[in-house]
Design a binder for this molecule. Structure first.
Ligand code: FAD
Length: 318
């Protein structure tokens, strides 16, 4: 079932969903089950699976020279989605990114998803790889998530890259996209970022999932601004429970978000890692209670390999 159908059928009740990461290469599906099993009792409406593009490493050859090699540390998004749908009978949402793919490769991946009965996708640009200063699309690849939305919408209309195909079937993808309450880090300002967000929605995106935030007022202001700017699709808040002291610096530097003073001070003062987890869980509970009271469409948890803290929050708010 499509994410938008889940939201419609909820009749105003706040749904629960999670995002998981594919395991590191060499690990099996057991790691995925360990990430999902503790949360299945809360009946997630859908489970997102992230996509991780290649990285470049230098390996020493026998002749002593260095060889540049492309490695993918977390492959398997499509297979994991099919596995989740079979084992749990829960809709899976694979993340599809522009980076590292030509439009042809993307089309082929979308055809595979369609054959597997996966009709949800979250469409993203992806970030630059470490060796690049800024994001660079592949030759004949999509440069922005907007281009990817247009490609999927075309396929939903039966328009493939090869316009000589005859008697084609249309795909039937429900399209999610990303939104940033605290602005995407490359955008000169929030107004410009919203202009491009609206372009994705006008092109056919069905709903937005936000970047994580720790101050609900950022989300509420973002939703108001979206509505004022004619963005009327559901906006699902993304929640990440803080679990370590290091995240006080890592989360702002990786995700370009602010940590409110009160949370930062409390985590700073914590003496043990268990105390940090307590603070993170309590903060998320308060955040989620306020979001549920505001009737947000769904609470979407970035579990990042930590289902137990997510379970503790879910127990208190769902
Ligand atoms: P876009 O919408 O393309 O925007 C990128 C930047 O370009 C923005 O600053 C925007 O304002 C600007 N822009 C957009 N369109 C145009 C245009 N036409 N002309 C000029 N400027 C434009 N990354 C992964 O690699 N894998 C994942 O699985 C993944 N999952 C994510 C899930 C969520 C919910 C979120 C919020 C992010 C996720 N990301 C993931 C990270 C994401 O790929 C990065 O944040 C990336 O830098 C931007 O992606 P986007 O889809 O928002 O890009």
């Amino acid at each position: 079932m499509k994410v938008t159908d889940h939201l419609r059928n909820a009749n105003g009740k706040t749904l629960f969903s999670i995002e998981i990461l594919p395991p590191l290469k060499g690990k099996g599906m057991t790691d995925i089950y360990k990430a999902i099993d503790p949360l299945i009792e809360f009946k997630p409406s859908f489970i997102d699976v992230t996509y991780h593009r290649e990285e470049y490493v230098y390996k020493k050859r026998n002749d002593g020279l260095l060889e540049k090699k492309s490695v993918r540390k977390r492959p398997g998004t499509v297979g994991i989605c099919a596995g989740i749908m079979t084992k749990y009978n829960v809709d899976a949402v694979p993340h599809i990114i522009c980076g590292g793919f030509s439009k042809d490769e993307t089309e082929n991946a979308l055809i595979d998803l369609s054959f597997l009965g996966i009709d949800n996708v979250l469409l993203l640009r992806g970030d630059s790889i470490k060796s690049e200063g800024s994001f660079k699309p592949e030759p004949n690849g999509n440069a922005y998530a907007l281009d990817l939305v247009e490609q999927v919408v075309n396929m939903n209309r039966g328009v493939y890259l090869d316009d000589e195909l005859e008697d084609v079937s249309s795909t039937n993808f429900c399209i999610g996209i990303a939104g940033y309450p605290e602005k995407h880090f490359e955008a000169p300002n929030l107004k410009t970022d919203l202009k491009y967000l609206k372009a994705k929605v006008d092109a056919g995106a069905d709903y937005i999932v936000t970047q994580m935030f720790y101050d609900n007022s950022k989300y509420f202001e973002f939703v108001d601004l979206c509505r004022e700017n004619g963005i009327n699709v559901p906006i699902i808040p993304g929640i990440k429970i803080m679990t370590t002291k290091k995240q006080l610096n890592i989360l702002p530097s990786v995700f370009h978000i602010d940590i409110p003073d009160a949370l930062a001070e409390a985590v700073e003062k914590a003496k043990t890692s268990d105390q940090v987890k307590e603070i993170g869980v309590e903060w998320a509970i308060q955040q989620c209670k306020e979001l549920v009271a505001a009737k947000v469409p769904c609470l979407h948890f970035y579990t990042m390999g930590n289902p137990d803290t997510c379970k503790r929050v879910a127990e208190k708010v769902l």
